[in-house]
Design a protein around this ligand. Sequence first.
Ligand code: GAL
Length: 402
Amino acid sequence: MRRLVRVFAASVALVGLCSSAYAETTQEIVNKAPNGLALTPPMGWNSWNKFACDITEETVRKTADAMVISGMRDAGYQYVVIDDCWHGKRDANGFIQADPVKFPSGIKALADYIHSKGLKFGIYSDAGRMTCGKRPGSQGHEYQDAIQYARWGVDYLKYDWCFTGDRNAKEAYALMADALRSTGRDIVLSICEWGTAKPWEWAKNIGNLWRTTGDIWDSFDKKHKEHDWALTVMAIVDINEPLWQHAGPGHWNDPDMLEVGNGGMTTAEYRSHFSLWAMMAAPLMAGNDIANMDEATRSILLNKEVIAIDQDGLGVQGRRVAKDGDREIWVKPLSGGGKALLLFNRGDRAVPIRATNEQLGVPANFKAKVKDLWAHKNLNRWSGAIEAVVQPHDVQMYRIQP
Ligand code: GAL
């Protein structure tokens, strides 16, 4: 009898659930709890910065192989994400298919291959009628696309904002978040509307990361000659830094994918780019040709101590605590009372930079171990201050751990 009552109660609850699902308003969808994913900033590789629309199945497979061989997977780079231009047409029932020439084995086989390497698989779509590369977008097909992604074994969706007309960004992203959640599969949602509608103010319960700026351009501080929407690393840093209080476990500011190794910057500039991304708890999505990277690129992307700063469990985005012309001091609080400290020289000549207890935000009696994260060396214990000569466009980065 008791069992019967339980079954009856469960059916009533189920009917209640179904009918309320029909009545669900956008606001209710928006208010739902986040998906519990990306408790540290997502790490992986994305095809766009290097391959743009020239992406093929072969390149993705080779990249996945290289991520294992190079040690990237074991260093935490988990998601292999195909960006724009993988799409073919929708089938007779409206389900999206891959471009049969560029992806002859289809997406399911590719996802299986990536999973067999101990990696996760990500894909790209757009909230408009078309993607930025003019492939089919997801508008009007949100639930159907989410089902297709789940069938394929997608673990991560980057969702872009081209050809969206007068769509409301919050509604459009909440709708896709709901579609993904409805599949029952764990899928990280990467919001890519370039910060236009200030997603840091509304996307915490919708997506796991949101772009805060337009597209990155592989340059430290020299503007692109034709495209004013392309932003240098320095321009992005200045937009993303003040948003630090909006980031946290499960919802990160995304200052765009890494350019490390793509050839437009010096080794020092790439070291700064990577260090600043780690200080800002940014998603670390490598954007280079992993199968053919040189030693300098490898030593930056695979610096496990810098990665650990990015991935620290406290999940606080670091910020600039002092600026004197080109001299900057950045601090990121770490779990266990530690701090990451970055001395950054934006200028063209070497300068000394000095940080003290005051900038570190610690009391006068603070004592701690100090490790130089690029020289991989233990230094003298912290006792009040540190000073170093920092080369042009370069950094000194330390973990200061009590
Ligand atoms: C842009 C996006 C880029 C890339 C590109 C693909 O809107 O910001 O990261 O995805 O579209 O066309």
